[in-house]
Design a protein around this ligand. Structure first.
Ligand code: SAH
Ligand code: SF4
Ligand code: F3S
Length: 440
């Protein structure tokens, strides 16, 4: 038997890239690769990249440069670039960085075994197709490892919404939903391997419309109710949702499905109707606020999370104040805020850009407000009794760490529960980034 080859994968970007990295490791597992935690002794290095903002994309080139020494030491080392930068700039990467042997896009990585063989034979291997075949189906038979209590499961990919700032419709392609039966099979398999919580993923996960066993297209709410029937699966989450795809049944499920966790990531981007229109978001600030009201009517304690962009082309101080007003009206439990980044090929790239210093100043003001809200929502957990899914041992002896339904990390001292168990805990303290709880 030959010694296994070592694979080092570094993942950037969203949760869908995390899921894809797992699938790529499985695909190469069939070629005799096992994962390693450092690039130093790897036979193959794969960067799974993100193209969403300029900074993320540029990082790839500086990271690649750092592997020069390793490649000099080990000429058999193969270096690959996967993910959204691979999709957007594949040929340019090959030209700019001769160290790269292999480039594979997010829709063709089930072909990694062939691409790896090509790279091993000394040729450059590039595949950024959008093939017809179901990549997940092709990957299904690969060797699989035991799992921790939480897992991601991609159910939908791509996006047809074309927000004026965003590269995703170009890097991930058109919106596609996986069939219900395949998702249920994968979920059951995950549960058999120890998973207790599944987060359903999609760039627009609530636009899900996969083929159901009855021959009709199912909605995300229908899929969630089917997953609810899997014994051993304790918690269901989904991300990322678009406000225009929150249908009544999904809102209702937040009120009545006990396994569906009280947390919703619902990006709005801006609170100014003028900017929302220019962003091609097809909703208003008011319609978003009404939607949040309906969701809270179904599930009053739900924790709302959001994404914001400041400094979008043509944004004025008044537009920015409308975003601040919306944030005050919603009261977010978590939020991600970004300075607009010009992305080549997107409509907004052609427009009048906001002064970068003004944008930075707005970002700081927005983040101060969001941090204050986040803090307040977390502090309000003190005194409550919550279910905590135990994920791993903490730093102190006898301590375990898990997550509440609201996705706050909870540290529990003298915890007798094991990984994967759900314990009832009283929250006694709210720290910098986590809560402290005591078992009841
Ligand atoms: N599909 C999701 C989010 C995809 S990208 C949605 O529709 O909401 C994740 C976040 O990155 C976005 O919500 C947005 O806030 C941010 N983002 C996307 N493009 C960006 C850009 N060009 N500049 C800055 N932030 C951006
Ligand atoms: Fe990008 Fe908009 Fe699609 Fe989200 S909905 S992935 S922000 S284009
Ligand atoms: Fe980034 Fe691609 Fe995800 S651009 S955010 S890795 S879909």
């Amino acid at each position: 038997m030959t010694a296994p080859k070592k694979l080092f994968i570094k993942t950037y970007g969203c949760q869908m890239n995390v899921y894809d990295s797992e699938r790529m490791a499985e695909a190469l597992g069939g070629q005799g690769y096992v994962e390693t935690k450092t690039p130093d002794d790897a036979d193959m290095i794969l960067l799974n990249t993100c193209h969403i903002r300029e900074k993320a994309a540029e990082k790839v080139y500086s990271e690649l440069g750092r592997f020069r020494g390793l490649k000099a030491e080990n000429p058999d080392l193969k270096i690959g670039v996967a993910g959204c930068v691979a999709q957007a700039e594949g040929e340019e990467i090959m030209r700019r960085q001769p160290l790269v042997d292999l480039v594979v896009g997010p829709q063709s990585y089930h072909r990694l075994p062939e691409l790896e063989a090509k790279a091993r034979s000394g040729e450059k291997a590039l595949d950024t197709d959008f093939p017809e075949e179901d990549k997940f189906e092709r990957l299904k038979a690969r060797p699989k490892a035991a799992r921790g209590p939480t897992a991601f499961l991609t159910v939908q990919e791509g996006c047809d919404k074309f927000c004026a700032f965003c590269v995703v419709p170009y890097t991930r392609g058109a919106e596609v939903s996986r069939p219900v039966s395949r998702i249920l099979d994968e979920a059951r398999d995950l549960v058999e391997r120890g998973v207790r919580e599944i987060t359903l993923l999609g760039q627009n996960v609530n636009a899900y419309h996969g083929a159901g066993p009855d021959g009709r297209d199912w909605t995300l709410a229908q899929l969630i109710w089917a997953l609810d029937g899997i014994d051993g699966l304790k918690r269901i989450r989904f991300t990322t949702s678009h406000p225009n795809d929150m249908d009544d049944a999904l809102i209702e499920a937040h009120g009545s499905c006990a396994k569906l966790m009280p947390y919703l990531h619902l990006p709005v981007q801006s609170g100014s109707d003028r900017i929302l229109k220019r962003m091609n978001r097809k909703h208003t600030a008011e319609s978003y606020l009404r939607l949040i009201e309906r969701i809270r009517a179904a599930r009053p304690d739900i924790l709302i999370s959001g994404d914001f962009i400041v400094g979008f082309p043509e944004e004025t101080e008044e537009d920015f104040q409308a975003t601040m007003d919306l944030v005050r009206a919603v009261r977010y439990g978590t939020a991600y805020s970004f300075k607009y980044s010009t992305r080549p090929g997107t409509p907004a790239a052609e427009r009048a850009q906001v002064d970068p210093e003004a944008a930075t100043d707005r970002l700081h003001r927005l983040q101060a407000l969001l941090t204050e809200q986040q803090r307040a929502v977390q502090d309000e957990m003190v005194g409550r009794e919550l279910d905590v899914l135990i994920e791993k041992p903490g730093r102190k002896p006898g301590q375990m760490v898990g997550k509440s339904g609201y996705l706050h990390a909870v540290h529990i001292e003298d915890c007798t529960a094991a990984r994967g168990e759900i314990v009832r805990a009283r929250i006694v303290e709210s720290g910098a980034n986590s809560l402290a709880g005591r078992m009841i």
